[in-house]
Design a protein around this ligand. Structure first.
Ligand SMILES: O=C1NC(=O)NC(C(=O)O)N1
Length: 311
């Protein structure tokens, strides 16, 4: 039989798929729908310290090739997600990750310290890559600020944590980022990638952009981002020995999940596809991945994780 389980972060989860932060996870009902689906874990919408309305609508648009969004971090505020984490059924065997995306470094530190004081099994994934708050550049593209932030996170949070990275597009940037990330032993995982920031989708009929914020600029997801996501997974898998890579970007079937794991992903997040299909996507993708593994003679993810061939 096929084993899709994943052992990492000192625990074993029943599969390898879960939601990407931001998708099907802003409301408690959505989080519970993911938890009770075939997803193997749950991650919450990036929390800011105070609740946010987010950007003006329309702020999400689907195309044949994926999605563009400029949500602007709409969320109920950190206390809402902390309260959910206090009541979460950790015995279900599916880890809970809390995504944190403070508007300032201090806000991130306050959230980390508050979470630490709560003494819960929930694991923080700090978002270094939201591209959609006007005037706020993606933290992950500023190596000095990222260095300062990670040093501060290490002091504010005693346990394992992860970061959500933006996509990088240059080997020099992979190397520079890896040099920083490798200085943080409790940084246990990196999630690659967040959306490809500031794309522009044009509607020919209306001769218009498709979303309101930033005159149409937004983060791309779906088919648009798969090769970039795979490149970031594979490069950081090579450059971050001892850390786990969570693959995110372009997963809509067992095939793309297989690609991410082949590239080195420990686990795989689903965003755009989940937004359109709902939590039933997890059972479908898991079944497709299992069928692909069966056809190839693989009985576990370890049998092929990180074994992408080069020519
Ligand atoms: O980190 C984020 N990435 C996105 O693509 N969108 C959301 C957002 O805009 O809230 N945040």
């Amino acid at each position: 039989s096929i084993d899709l389980s994943v052992s990492w972060l000192g625990q074993t989860m029943p599969g390898c798929l879960y939601n990407a932060s931001g998708v099907w996870c802003r409301e408690e009902a959505e989080l519970e729908a993911v938890r009770t689906s075939a997803a193997a874990a749950v991650i919450s919408k990036s929390a800011t310290l105070s609740a946010r309305e987010g950007n003006p609508e329309p702020r999400y648009h689907r195309t044949a090739l994926g999605s563009i969004n400029s949500m602007g971090l709409p969320n109920h505020g950190f206390a809402y997600y902390l309260d959910y984490a206090r009541r979460y059924d950790y015995g279900c065997g599916k880890p809970l990750f809390l995504s944190l995306s403070g508007m300032t470094l201090d806000d991130n530190l306050i959230m980390l310290r508050t979470l630490a004081a709560a003494g819960l099994p929930a694991i923080p994934e700090v978002n270094l890559s939201c591209p959609n708050v006007p005037g706020k550049p993606q933290l992950g593209y500023d190596f000095v600020t990222t260095t300062e932030a990670l040093n501060a996170f290490d002091r504010a949070w005693p346990g394992r944590y992860g970061v959500k990275l933006p996509p990088y597009f240059d080997p020099a940037h992979f190397a520079a980022m890896a040099d920083i990330l490798n200085r943080h032993p409790r940084l246990a995982f990196v999630t690659c990638i967040n959306s490809i920031g500031n794309g522009l989708v044009v509607d020919v009929d209306s001769e218009s952009v498709t979303i309101k914020p930033k005159d149409g600029l937004g983060g791309l997801g779906g088919d648009y981002v798969l090769p970039t996501a795979l490149a970031n997974v594979r490069e950081f898998y090579r450059l971050l020995p001892g850390k786990d890579i969570v693959g995110c970007g372009g997963v809509k079937s067992g095939k793309e999940a297989f690609m991410h794991i082949l590239a080195g992903a420990r686990a795989v997040q689903v965003g755009t596809c989940l937004h359109h299909e709902g939590p039933a996507a997890f059972a479908r993708i898991a079944a497709e991945l299992a069928a692909l593994m069966l056809a190839k003679g693989y009985r576990s993810l370890e049998a092929f994780r990180g074994k992408l061939r080069t020519l």
